[in-house]
Design a protein around this ligand. Structure first.
Ligand code: ADP
Ligand code: GLC
Length: 481
């Protein structure tokens, strides 16, 4: 079996802004259970240090970009036994605010320096130059924050294999040329076949050009990103490397996301014993100050409020849906114009719209458990985890046919109802009309309790656990080292 160094900028339950954390917190333990020796490496953000006991310093590294030596702390990912190394550089990571944004909601101005330092530390660990006597066979990198790792390792005469996973092409880590020079990166990397991208410095491109294998988180997104519409200028590189590009669907962690034993929801239930779902609906209505009406269809939405998620489409159709007597429960944070629009909706319709602007794990689980229908009309969606959670929680998803949404939700029509495969509603065009129609179809089915129960239960029985996908990663690791 292989030794894997898994590098990520977030991992649940230590630090999370989105699905990358879910993946980095759940794939390594499964790989470990399947026999690989996995170590996770993360930046030592203030929040991460606060969530762990005081950890021993196991190494000190002198790295370009840091005035003081960078310390490596060693611990374990809670509840998993997976060893973690934290790259402790207080000037870069020990601050209030998020991993990428400051408290003012803007990118940290020194993000390039922060993640370049992280990448350099990972390279030292990967090359066993930190004195830790452990050499990985493969370094598995994730998203732009780790993009310099394959590029820097490629400069070494001998190195481990590299796998680079794209969780989102929309975030590339773009900086000016002056940043590239200020970081003192090898001059040869300033090249159109390396890190240079239309005169700018592109972290993500480092992963795409130099990794031995590139993966992304669903088969459909692996195809989509070969087109300009989804790759924002990097489609050429991806087409050039198409023989090294794979789509491996994300799995989900059913120890955290299963209504049969989820500690964050008040009533447990399952496909076999679905009774608790109604009680969770009442609890959600209560929590969001909505009338306790068991018959009103309750639509749920949880997620980052950004353009990717089709939030504007939801905002366009909600006023009309309010006329039809639906309720909606929304949990999210992001662009302030979306946040304000949801707040305004809740002010206008306090009896129908419950809105929580912010990040709250418990609310996210309660919406999954209590809503009838889950809205995820994304413009693009590399994989998407919320629709997978919704399926398991019997909350019928309404999704756009893109990326992982297309790969995981089966549209309900006469044929799929008859053969028992229907699990949700899928629409094609990113327009309010198309979303409106899909929701209308969902509401029509909701009024037919028997058919509704069938669709809910088919979704709940689908298995999106990690094992199969983890085995596909293992197969790639074997072909890499
Ligand atoms: P993305 O990674 O693009 O944000 P995913 O669907 O893959 O989308 O994963 C989103 C993850 O983040 C899910 O676990 C979801 O529950 C969580 N999440 C997003 N926004 C919030 C929020 N405001 N509060 C709590 N959890 C959230
Ligand atoms: C990204 C994508 C999301 C995916 C997640 C985990 O943030 O937007 O679709 O599920 O990463 O891979």
């Amino acid at each position: 079996m292989s030794r894997i160094l898994f590098a990520s900028s977030e991992a649940h339950p230590l630090i999370k802004t989105g699905g990358l954390a879910d993946v980095s917190g759940s794939l390594p333990p499964v790989l470990r259970a399947l026999g690989d020796e996995v170590r996770l490496v993360l930046p030592a953000y203030r929040t991460v240090l606060q969530r762990l006991p005081v950890l021993p310093i196991v190494a000190e590294l002198v790295l370009p970009g840091s005035a003081t030596p960078v310390r490596i702390l060693e611990g374990t990912l809670p509840h998993t036994g997976v060893p973690i190394w934290l790259v402790d550089a207080p000037a870069f990571f020990d601050r209030d605010g998020g991993p990428y944004l400051g408290p003012d909601g803007h990118d940290w101005p020194d993000n390039a320096a922060r993640f370049a330092l992280f990448c350099r530390a990972v390279v030292e660990l990967a090359q066993d130059r930190a004195g830790l006597h452990w050499r990985p066979d493969v370094v598995h990198c994730n998203d732009w924050q780790t993009g310099l790792i394959p590029a820097l390792l490629a400069q070494e005469p001998a190195r481990p294999g590299t796998v680079f996973t794209i969780h989102n092409m929309a975030y590339q880590g773009l900086f000016p040329y002056s940043t590239f020079t200020a970081l003192g990166l090898p001059a040869g990397l300033w090249h159109w076949q390396a890190l240079e991208f239309h005169g700018q410095f592109n972290f993500l491109k480092g992963g795409l050009v130099f990794a031995d294998w590139i993966t992304t988180v669903s088969p459909t997104y692996a195809q989509e990103i070969r087109r300009a519409e989804f790759a924002y200028g990097l489609e050429g590189v991806l087409n050039h490397r198409a023989d090294r590009l794979r789509g491996i669907l994300n799995g989900i962690d059913y120890s955290a996301w299963d209504p049969a034993h989820d500690p964050l929801i008040p009533y447990h239930y399952s496909a076999v014993k679905p009774g608790g779902k109604k009680k969770n609906k009442a609890a959600l209505q209560h929590q969001f100050a909505l009338p306790a009406d068991p018959h009103a269809p309750l639509l749920g939405l949880v997620g980052r409020m950004v353009e990717q998620k089709g939030i504007d489409l939801v905002l366009a159709v909600l006023p009309e849906l309010m006329q039809q007597g639906v309720q909606v429960a929304v949990v999210g944070t992001g662009a302030s114009h979306y946040e304000q629009a949801f707040r305004a909706l809740a002010d206008r319709h306090p009896d129908q719209a419950g809105v929580f602007i912010g990040y709250d794990e418990g609310y996210a689980h309660l919406v999954e458990a209590g809503a009838d229908i889950f809205l995820m009309p994304s413009r693009f969606e590399p994989c998407g985890l919320n629709q997978l959670y919704s399926l398991r929680y019997g909350t019928v998803p309404v999704v756009r046919r893109t990326g992982g949404l297309a790969d995981t939700v089966v549209h309900t029509d006469a044929v799929t109802l008859a053969d028992g495969t229907a699990t949700g509603f899928v629409f094609d065009h990113a327009t309010p009309d198309a979303l409106r129609q899909a929701i209308a179809q969902a509401l029509a089915l909701y009024r037919q309790p028997q058919a509704w129960r069938q669709v809910m239960q088919s979704g709940m029985r689908r298995d999106f656990s990690w094992e199969q996908s983890a085995r596909q990663y293992q197969e790639l690791y074997r072909q890499t080292c």
